[in-house]
Design a protein around this ligand. Structure first.
Ligand SMILES: C[S@@+](CC[C@H](N)C(=O)[O-])C[C@H]1O[C@@H](n2cnc3c(N)ncnc32)[C@H](O)[C@@H]1O
Length: 283
């Protein structure tokens, strides 16, 4: 893929309208609300990284936090969230910053850091670099990071619609990762674990470089792999794809014909948060 950009340029472009759609993910919000109810105390300082509409920051304030800082790169979302805080009479508690998380170093350490940039298996969104920055620069040593662990899973799939997406008549386009609805693909093997991230212990630079093997269950054409995740939010509270996320389809450059009992070996490489770093090949 094209030459990679410098770190600071990776800010996932999330429009206000997209952020507002997340307000309808009620099971996701209910899980955060419960986690905040259990972790926020009357003297807590809470930071919300990638605050979007500000919903999680406002929940932290309602859970009783003394002070909340909410930050997002999207200025329009920050203004919307600021208006919501005013409307809900929480402006005295929640302050908003319009900036990239890498530019935020608080004037006190936070007891709780919320960071929800999970979509697209941590390839496109900034969960990994943002969590690293949170642990190194924002969170108190005994503070709580929400969520604190993520596991990524993949499965090879047949999907004619995705195989065709990048060809329009006789025009051909470079195939890109795309979010999809799980009902338009056919899984060709069991789902396999790709990588686990302990978000509280992220090293300076994380690079996923792994080989995975799938046992094919039925005849078909592998157009790509589909990625999904599960995140440990707090104690037994787990965020799952059906809390509102969509699977990520990652195309194979050359679709591969397979039959039952074939072993399909794939090498996957990417730097989380740098969507242009992804490479995948059949071995
Ligand atoms: C998945 S949304 C979550 C929004 C909100 N926290 C919620 O739960 O509804 C992620 C947010 O992170 C913001 N974002 C993306 N990259 C960022 C960065 N580098 N620094 C700060 N915010 C960022 C996006 O603008 C988006 O609003």
């Amino acid at each position: 893929m094209a030459k990679m950009m410098a770190d600071k340029e990776y800010a996932t472009p999330f429009s206000l309208l997209q952020a507002a759609r997340l307000l309808s993910h009620r099971s996701r919000l209910a899980k955060f609300e419960e986690a905040l109810r259990r972790t926020v105390r009357g003297d807590s300082y809470v930071v919300d990284i990638g605050s979007g509409t500000g919903v999680l920051a406002l929940m932290a304030a309602k859970a009783g936090a003394r002070r909340v800082t909410a930050l997002d790169v999207n200025t329009e979302s920050v203004e919307y969230a600021r208006r919501a805080a005013k409307e809900n009479r929480l402006s005295d508690i929640v302050e908003f910053e319009s900036l990239h998380f890498a530019d935020f170093v608080p004037d006190e350490k936070a007891d709780v850091v919320i960071c929800e940039m999970l979509s697209a298996i941590m390839l496109i969104e900034q969960q990994i670099p943002a969590s690293r920055h949170a642990v190194q620069q924002i969170l108190a040593p005994d503070g709580v990071l929400l969520p604190h662990q993520v596991s990524v899973y993949v499965v090879p799939v047949e999907c004619d619609a995705m195989g065709e997406r990048f060809r329009v008549g006789d025009l051909q386009f470079e195939a890109l990762p795309q979010t999809i609805d799980s009902d338009i693909v056919k899984d060709l093997s069991e789902i396999v674990g790709l990588v686990d991230f302990d978000l509280t212990r992220i090293q300076d630079s994380v690079h996923v470089d792994t080989e995975i093997e799938f046992v094919i269950l039925e005849i078909g054409v592998v157009h790509g792999i589909v990625g999904m995740f599960e995140a440990q939010l707090y104690e037994e509270i787990v965020l799952r794809m059906d809390d509102g996320w969509r699977d990520l389809f990652l195309p194979l450059a050359n679709p591969r014909q397979v039959v039952k009992d074939d072993l399909l070996r794939i090498r996957v490489e990417y730097t989380p948060g740098r969507y242009d770093s992804f490479t995948m090949k059949c071995l």
